[in-house]
Write a protein that binds this ligand. Structure first.
Ligand code: MV4
Length: 496
């Protein structure tokens, strides 16, 4: 492989290109008009504008991207995450064009993209499932019968859904028929497929996912787990590896089950198997993500591997250079997602100009970002500014390091989730490891982040950034009147 096109944008496009560069592989960026000045565009050896800002007119245009590949002699495509990364039809077209798709086969993506076929495949390998229906529910009568057998509360899930999309909670038998009708019509309009299934509702579960790596020669290893239980409306807030609750025995059991899920779809490349873990430490298969995930850096920190390099090596048909016995967990890693969202205002996206943007540094700190000071956060895409990752000898050190790194981060111009993350990291329930996917619902109120005098905070942030002159100029710029002033919240301070 001599030249890779990255069919993505932002931090992940840059992250992929860095690994390609280390491997001596040329890189091509494709970008929308909104990303013309983005670091990933400057970093690439070649860059081509593929359309207007809207994703549907740029990053989702598979045919256009394939044309760029042909024009520039590209021989591999890395899809990153989101956009076309889990689109089996795109993977098929890439292959038909004689280009290597850096990811699993279209067939594996088809099986795992449909939750019912994913469960059917995994079931053949004795992977534990939440009790519920066998396959799609065919009638309202069947729904009522299965619901009674399963017990309440239960979930109706869309087979074409996933990641929390297309789920309905049903508390009692009288609601089953109505909720079934609603679930099916919603699934039909959202996904073009009305197939739904029933699962018993696991209350207060933890979200544990296993990172896998498989080559094209039948070798599969698990790179241990990530715990992603701290979520808000199915958006992950904090991820860590390893989980603070898995024993070595449970880790091995879940790892081997995940390997079986990969076998069930003849998987190749990097992939992730999601499990729910209940309060009695029973685990259940949820779904498999057939892409590199946002939170992959925590796995890189504890294993010492570069997952993008591994993906590229697998795509070049190389054998994995290590076996399961060779792998060890080294220390502990945390990741927080830094979003341009306002935690005081229902996490509404807060887009605008990064008037001051200074990243934390030092031992055990990694920042994967795709912005520079002075850039605007575009309104067209996910408002994630950066991923802040720390590594330490144990969980405590990774948390202490994260709090230190958050306190060094300087962002003026947009509200961010940094202080909100600091709140979570200092909470007794988080520190003790006794938390589940309801943490934010149970423990967070906007009042817990203390409002601070705007002017005082703004001056403090600008002075601390060492950019007094330039930031003052920016703040005085009359054309910048829509740009907000800095973070209003006291750093790392907890009410109560
Ligand atoms: C569940 C569940 C409880 N019981 N399934 C949400 C995302 C999707 N991957 C599956 N999800 C859930 N499925 C049963 N049978 C609870 C969730 C869930 C959840 C799972 C992982 C992380 C955060 C979550 C937040 C709410 C609900």
């Amino acid at each position: 492989m001599n030249k890779i096109l990255v069919a993505n944008r932002g931090e992940i496009a840059l992250r992929v290109m860095r690994s390609a560069k280390e491997m001596g592989i040329k890189t091509v960026a494709v970008f929308s008009e909104a990303d013309r000045n983005a670091p990933f565009v400057k970093y690439a050896d070649e860059a081509v504008c593929i359309g207007p800002p809207a994703s549907s007119q740029s990053y989702l245009r598979g045919e256009k991207i394939l044309q760029v590949c042909k024009d520039l002699g590209v021989d591999g495509i890395h899809p990153g995450y989101g956009f076309l990364s889990e689109n089996a039809d795109f993977a098929r077209k890439v292959k038909e064009a004689g280009i290597t798709f850096i990811g699993p086969s279209a067939e594996a993506m088809d099986i795992m993209g449909d939750k019912l076929s994913a469960k059917a495949a995994a079931k053949k390998f004795n992977v534990p499932m939440v009790p519920g229906s066998e396959g799609a529910i065919q009638s309202l009568e069947e729904a009522v019968r299965v619901a009674k057998e399963t017990g309440f509360p239960l979930l109706i899930k869309a087979s074409a859904g996933g990641g929390g999309k297309g789920m309905r909670l049903v508390e009692k038998v009288e609601e089953v028929e109505e909720q079934m009708k609603l679930a099916m019509s919603e699934a039909k309009s959202a996904f073009g497929d009305d197939a739904v299934f029933i699962e018993k509702f696991v209350s207060g579960p933890r979200h544990i996912e296993i990172q896998l790596l498989a080559d094209n020669h039948g070798n599969i290893v698990y790179l241990f787990e990530r715990e992603c239980s701290i979520q808000r409306r199915h958006q992950k807030v904090i991820e860590e590896a390893p989980s603070s609750v898995l024993t070595p025995e449970l880790r091995k059991q879940m790892g081997e089950c995940a390997v079986n899920v990969a076998k069930a779809c003849n998987y190749s490349g990097a992939g992730t198997v999601e499990f729910l873990l209940d309060d009695t430490m029973n685990f259940y298969f949820l779904e498999m993500n057939t892409r590199l995930q946002v939170e992959h850096p925590v796995t890189e920190m504890i294993t010492g591997l570069d997952l993008v390099k591994e993906q590229i090596k697998v795509a070049r048909n190389e054998k994995l250079a290590f076996k399961q016995e060779d792998l060890r967990i080294n220390g502990h890693a945390m990741e927080v997602r830094v979003y341009a969202e306002d935690p005081q205002n229902n996490f509404l996206p807060d887009i605008g100009k990064l008037q001051v943007y200074r990243i934390p540094k030092g031992t055990g700190v990694r920042v994967d970002d795709g912005f520079e000071e002075g850039m605007d956060i575009p309104i067209y895409y996910d408002p994630m500014i950066a991923k802040l990752i720390t590594h330490g000898k144990d969980r405590k050190e990774s948390i202490d390091r994260m709090l230190r790194a958050i306190s060094e981060y300087r962002i003026v111009g947009v509200e961010t989730t940094l202080d909100f993350c600091a709140f979570v990291l200092q909470h007794e329930a988080f520190l003790s490891g006794k938390f589940d996917t309801n943490f934010i619902k149970h423990h967070y109120k906007p009042e817990y982040l203390v409002k601070q005098d705007k002017t005082e905070e703004q001056i403090a942030a600008i002075v601390a950034s060492g950019l007094f002159g330039s930031a003052t100029a920016a703040a005085n710029d009359t054309e910048g009147t829509t740009a907000k002033t800095g973070s209003k919240w006291k750093k790392n301070r907890l009410l109560q």
